[in-house]
Design a protein around this ligand. Structure first.
Ligand SMILES: [Cu+2]
Ligand SMILES: [Zn+2]
Length: 174
């Protein structure tokens, strides 16, 4: 199934390169920050109802992981409060309307980049797709896609930004 999805996407990208039609999907290559080894990819497709994110990822801990579009298209580390933050250059959650509030992916006042949890099975693989209803491809182009170590309670309390903690996988959407 995974090979089939990647094959279909590659065919679509090839078609896109030879026409003037805008891309209707991106395949985002995901890596642990600072590592070259691939952890897989996430295909982002535009639908009438929003964007579907189709992960083909491995090597993650089982359970739900915070999953967001971050504001900058970089997975480099950055210094924050004197500490090096892996993938910190991606900045915070995509928030073009400056709502400054982390919440449900369908919320009126939550970050535009807030996505549903990424589900990882006992085998360490994530293959379960999620839908983000408020997004279009033009919103996410050139931004970063991020997977966090922990979950996401879609709230800024008790911890900011859903409490997902460290950035374990990152990819630039291009
Ligand atoms: Cu995030
Ligand atoms: Zn957020």
């Amino acid at each position: 199934m995974r090979k089939l999805l990647i094959g279909v996407s590659a065919a679509m990208l090839t078609l896109g390169a030879t026409s003037v039609v805008a891309a209707d999907s991106y395949t985002v290559k995901m890596h642990a920050p600072g590592e070259k080894t691939s952890a897989g990819s996430v295909i982002i497709e535009e639908h009438d109802d929003g964007l579907v994110f189709r992960p083909s990822l491995e090597g993650l801990s089982a359970g739900g992981h915070g999953f967001h579009v971050h504001e900058n298209g970089s997975c480099d580390s950055a210094m924050k409060n004197g500490k090096k933050v892996p993938a910190g250059a991606a900045g915070s959650h995509l928030d073009p309307s400056n709502d400054d509030s982390h919440g449900y992916p369908w919320g009126d006042q939550s970050h535009l980049g807030d996505l549903p949890l990424l589900y990882v099975g006992e085998d360490g693989k994530a293959t379960h797709p999620v839908l983000a209803t408020r997004l279009s491809l033009s919103d996410v182009k050139g931004k970063a896609l991020m997977v966090h170590e922990g979950g996401d309670n879609y709230s800024d309390s008790p911890e900011k930004l859903g409490g997902g903690g460290a950035r374990v996988l990152c990819g630039v959407i291009k």
